[in-house]
Design a protein around this ligand. Structure first.
Ligand SMILES: [Zn+2]
Length: 415
């Protein structure tokens, strides 16, 4: 019994150190054995052993000798970027995005299409399966090269079992996405909520690489947040953490989909903004949008952003008001969590003019406790349009480099 435990702990320590060096190579590579020894605190012989193992696992490569300033020629090692690929899938209220990445998060190929009218779970899963299989074939990628498929799904997600508990825009109820996709694709699948996926993307590739506590707030058709505490995503007991969209910011506000009045989502999401613009157009408010479409019901959020760029008074006013409400809700989260950084993302944040963004930040500072904002940084995400699939794929990077997933291919899940 004693010996078994000892062996286990030795193996665990070995794996821990292997993953530690891989993380340094991931973030700062290429590096020499001496660089890795300095960064990790491991002895040079220990580093050499690990390098040998990681080369055997086909995870790193020797990229030869490079001249250093001191005239020495250390051999450098780097992650073997194409040895493993990851498939990131986003199922949002607007579209399905499938992106293939290498292990360093570099995009290889992508396919994005609008969410189909038929949102039956079997239909959607079948569609994703066909698309992925088609992309594998077209780009001549063998399934053995794929570490896994990560799904970022809107709504409440049981990430432990890979179940879409309640995605409001699809009206699904406890759909076992992981099981369905694994059976269809014969590849391992991880699933999490889209905001949690965005937070993982920021933690590996964005503006949350160094911080311990970060909140990522996504404002698009809905509004949600991903919360990272001590570098771990905080999901909540019912997987409902980060529901900032349903904090009440105006008691006299409109009815929300959740049944309450004056939720942030009912006032500041793209859906809410569209509804408010249409409502005021019908009441005869003056706006450039009257000339754009024959009826207020035909107006889209894209039309609204276009009108905003032309300085439309009605649209600008509504966006200002929405930005103020987002600032109030963010202050509530900051008062409770006291994070190091807030990262704002989503199509509304990307589209609103600097004046509205300033209104959001000012409103936030006006409502947040000063003691909780001394060290706080509030920034806009600089990740691309594919941030959700990138985050979905990052679930596998997290598992491989921080979690319990084995570095040895033959010890990982086989289908
Ligand atoms: Zn609500």
């Amino acid at each position: 019994m004693y010996n078994t435990k000892l062996k286990l702990s030795k193996d665990m320590m070995k794996q821990y150190n292997q993953k530690l060096l891989l993380r340094f190579l991931m973030k700062e590579g290429p590096l020499s054995k001496s660089d890795l020894s300095k960064r990790s605190g491991l002895t040079l012989p220990a580093v050499a052993d690990i390098i040998e193992a990681l080369e055997q696992y086909n995870l790193i490569k020797n990229i030869g000798e490079t001249k250093s300033n001191r005239g020495r020629f250390p051999t450098l090692y780097a992650i073997k970027e194409d040895a493993l690929k990851i498939i990131g899938v986003a199922i949002t209220s607007k579209n399905i995005a499938i992106v293939f990445y290498n292990i360093l998060g570099k995009e290889l190929v992508h396919h994005v299409e609008e969410l189909p009218h038929n949102t039956d779970p079997n239909y959607i899963i079948n569609k994703i399966t066909l698309l992925i299989n088609g992309m594998l074939q077209t780009h001549d990628i063998d399934k053995s090269e794929i570490l896994g498929v990560g799904v970022g799904m809107h709504g409440i997600v049981d990430y432990q079992q890979g179940i879409a508990v309640y995605p409001p825009h699809l009206h699904w109820n406890n759909v076992p996405i992981k099981e369905m996709l694994e059976n269809a694709l014969h590849l391992p699948v991880l699933v999490d909520n889209d905001c949690n996926a965005l937070t993982l993307a920021e933690s590996w590739f964005g503006q949350a690489q160094e911080e311990n506590s970060v909140i990522v707030i996504n404002v698009d058709y809905g509004i949600g947040a991903g919360i990272m505490i001590d570098r771990k995503i905080f999901h909540g007991i019912d997987f409902g953490a980060g529901q900032i969209g349903h904090t009440i910011v105006d008691d006299n506000g409109p009815l929300c989909t959740c049944g309450n009045y004056g939720c942030l989502e009912a006032l500041a999401s793209e859906t809410a903004i569209l509804e408010q613009v249409q409502k005021r157009m019908k009441k005869g408010f003056s706006t450039l949008l009257h000339d754009v479409k024959a009826s207020p019901d035909l107006i889209t959020i894209t039309d609204i952003y276009q009108a905003m760029l032309s300085g439309d008074v009605l649209v600008t006013g509504i966006l200002e008001e929405a930005s103020r409400f987002v600032g109030i809700a963010v202050s509530t989260l900051v008062n409770i969590i006291n994070p190091e950084k807030i990262i704002l993302t989503g199509s509304l944040i990307q589209q609103i003019p600097e004046t509205s963004y300033a209104t959001l930040v000012n409103s936030f500072h006006q409502h947040a406790l000063k003691t909780n904002t001394n060290q706080l940084k509030i920034v806009k995400s600089d990740l691309t349009d594919h941030a959700i699939p990138l985050g979905a794929a990052s679930q596998w990077i997290n598992e491989l480099l921080l979690g319990e997933l084995s570095l040895k291919k033959d010890e990982r899940m086989v289908f």
